[in-house]
Design a binder for this molecule. Structure first.
Ligand SMILES: Cc1ncc(COP(=O)(O)O)c(C=O)c1O
Length: 354
């Protein structure tokens, strides 16, 4: 689609891109030259602009800080060998952003603002998109309540902002995860199925406890019984049991990951058996004991596929097959990378060229 929104563009007078090796920067620490900002007030979207990346002058009373009306998305742009930049399924992120907005009582962001801002921003900051095999430009669109007012109510004012940063591999090694059976991430009727900022704040303490025990992440379980697995950290969770790909079915407590959807679509297109349903710890443990637990991995935009090689559960460590034996997830990882880098056919029409 083309932008129909009027964006005021204030270009930086001095690009910072030469100060970095964009193919080799830590995740989420260095931000590209520009950002996009759209303002919402008086019941409608007002001005949109692109300006040099910088700080936000905002009130200490702004409602996002006090009452948590803050939502975000995570997506990526990729550069092919000809230097062309493409986005991976961006309209899915827009749909999910607006689902989050409705749930958090915030205004939806129109497609022309979201896509118009994103495309103009990427055109200006194309030099920031890594060219390395596993590199991409991570894109963080977010919507925050900015009304200067104390009092629990939905804000009258909002800002929709897009910032970007070059990204390499999220996890450099396969991970060990701890099954969390004390704290939980999401509840039925809650906000676990949207990207509300508070979901992430609440996850930090249990994650810190797991990290102190030598795990990189937790596996979240259902809040009522802690018997069913839900997600791992900020990734959807998948297992290959025997010859079947199994993943928890979407629900109120699970974020509908775009990577998850893409992995399932690829698996089905390869004729693999796929089951989306409740997955109990008992089932995983029994499959492990019988040698049927072939693969376990998390999937999400940041990591794509994070191989899980160890699962801590009830004081034991399940030691899973080495990554070299994981045919399915390594094929998925490679296939997604090739599609994103424009090196293999985009059968599903996932890529959108800028
Ligand atoms: C809680 C949670 N689950 C799953 C995912 C994976 O979603 P996606 O594949 O769209 O990045 C994310 C990341 O957005 C997440 O925050």
């Amino acid at each position: 689609m083309t932008s129909t929104v009027n964006i005021h563009i204030d270009k930086t007078t001095k690009s910072r891109v030469a100060d970095y090796d964009v193919n080799n920067v830590p995740f989420g620490k260095c931000f590209s030259d520009h950002m996009f900002i759209a303002e919402y007030a008086d019941g409608k979207w007002q001005t949109s602009k692109i300006c040099p990346y910088g700080d936000m002058p905002l009130s200490y009373a702004m409602s996002a800080l006090h009452y948590g009306q803050a939502i975000f998305e995570g997506m990526k742009a990729y550069k092919n060998e000809n230097g062309e930049v493409s986005l991976f399924r961006p309209l899915e992120n827009l749909k999910r952003l607006n689902k989050s907005a409705i749930r958090m009582c915030m205004p939806e962001v129109p497609e022309e603002i979201f896509m118009g801002g994103l495309i103009e921003l990427l055109k200006l900051d194309a030099a920031w998109v890594p060219t390395s095999e596993t590199g991409s430009l991570y894109i963080r669109p977010f919507l925050i309540a900015t009304e200067e007012a104390i009092g629990v109510k939905s804000s009258e004012n909002y800002k929709f902002i897009i910032i970007t940063c070059p990204a390499g591999k999220y996890y450099s090694e396969p991970i060990k995860v701890l099954v969390e059976t004390n704290y939980f991430r999401a509840v039925i009727g809650g906000v676990g199925n949207v990207k509300a900022a508070g979901n992430y704040g609440r996850s930090l303490y249990p994650t810190k406890l797991a990290q102190q025990k030598g795990y990189q992440q937790v596996i979240w379980t259902d809040s009522a019984t802690h018997q069913y697995v839900e997600e791992s950290g900020t990734m959807n969770l998948m297992f290959v049991l025997g010859d079947t790909l199994i993943t928890p079915a979407l629900s109120d407590t699970i974020l509908a990951g775009i990577t998850r959807d893409s992995v399932l679509e690829l698996a089905r297109s390869w004729g693999m058996k796929v089951e989306e349903r409740k997955v109990s710890l008992k089932e995983i443990y029994e499959a492990y004991e019988k040698g049927e637990l072939k693969e376990a991995f998390g999937c999400g935009t940041a990591a794509t596929i994070a191989q899980i090689v160890g699962i801590g559960y009830e004081g034991k460590d399940l030691v899973l097959p080495p990554v070299s034996e994981r045919k399915f997830s390594t094929k998925v990882d490679e296939t997604l990378r090739m599609i994103r880098k424009g090196k293999s056919e985009d059968k599903f029409n996932w890529m959108m060229k800028i």
